[in-house]
Design a protein around this ligand. Sequence first.
Ligand SMILES: [Zn+2]
Length: 359
Amino acid sequence: MALQSKSFGGDSRLEAAAVSDPAHILRGASGEHVSKVQRALMQLFDEANIERAELSDAKYGETTEKTVKAYKSRKGKEVINHTYQQSPDAIVGKMTMAKLDGELVEKEKDDPDYFFFKDDQKALVKDDIARAKVMVANVVARLRLVGGIGKDGGLVIMPRNYLYYETKLKILNVFHINSFREDDLPAPADVVQRLTREFSGFKGLPEQAGDISDQLGFSILLENYANLQASLDRPFRCEFYTMGTFRGSPLSFFAAFVDARNPKDETVRFTRHYFDEQIMPTQDDRAVTVAHERCHTIFRANGHPGTGDNPFCVTPHLGDPNVTSSEEALMNPYCYEWFIVAMQPAYLPRQNRNNGCGT
Ligand SMILES: [Zn+2]
C-alpha cells in the first residue's frame, strides 16, 4: 500500500492514482475518491475554494480544478515535474497524491480521530463533545438521585422536593417509564403547585407504578445514559463529510450522521449544516446532536421508532406524543436528546412550553 494517511489509505482509486499514471484523477471524475481529495484540499490548503455543488456531488468540476492548480502552483517543484512541465496542470497524479498524503499524515499526528476538518471546525467539535459530556453527566447524576442510587451503587436518600418530582415526571413524559413509588404520593402541596405552573396541561401525578416493567425500564434508562456517558469518553472517529448522499441515500438537512446499519463503524460524520448557525444556533444544540449520534451506535438504534426522521414541534420535557411505549422511546435517539435538554439545570419547562410550534 502506497498511501500512508488514514484519510486516504485503503481507497482503491486513490491508491491507484498514487502509483499509476493512467489512474490519475482529473476533471470529469466523480465519486467518493474525488470527495476525499476535495476535503483534503479544504483541510490542508487555505486558498481552497470549491463550490458546494461540486462537493455535494463529489464531482471534479471547474472549481475543484482551480483549487488543484492553485495548490500545485503553491507547492511548486514538489508536485510539478519540471523536466517536462513549466506550469502546474490540474491533474491529481502520483506527485500530488504523495504530497497530499504526506501532509495528511502530519495532520493526523495531532488528532488521530479527526478527519478532513479545518482547524477551527475541529476545535468546535472538540468543545461540543466536551459540552456533551457535561450535559450527559447531569442526566446521569439526576437519574441516580431520583433512583436513590449513589455513585458507588449504595443507597442515597433524595428529599421529596420539586426537582425530584419534576425529574420523574419528565422520565414518564419522554420515556413512558413510571418511576413513582408508593411513598412519593401524594406529593407535597407546594410541589404540586409548582408543577401546575411549570408544566402546561399538568393534570396531577400518576398512580404509583404497579408494574415490574417500570422498575426494569428505569434501570435500563440509567444504564443506557451511563453507557452513553462512557462512550463520549472513549475515542471515536469524527469526519467532516461534504457529499449530499451517503451510500446512495440523500442526507437532506442532517447535521451529523452515523452508519447505523454498520454499528462496527463508530464514525460520526459532520456535514456543513452542523457548522451552520441557522440550523444549529447554540452549542447545546450541537452537543446533543453528538450525543444523539452516539446513541445510534452504542444502542444499535437503526432509525427513530415512533417519530420518524424529522420530528417537529417537540417540547423537550414532554417528549413526542407519537412515541407511545418505553420500548420505542428507549430505542429512539431523539428521546435521549430531548431528555438531556430537559435535564439541564438552566432548563425551565415553562419557557419551553411552546417550543417550535406555539399553540
Ligand atoms: Zn438519528
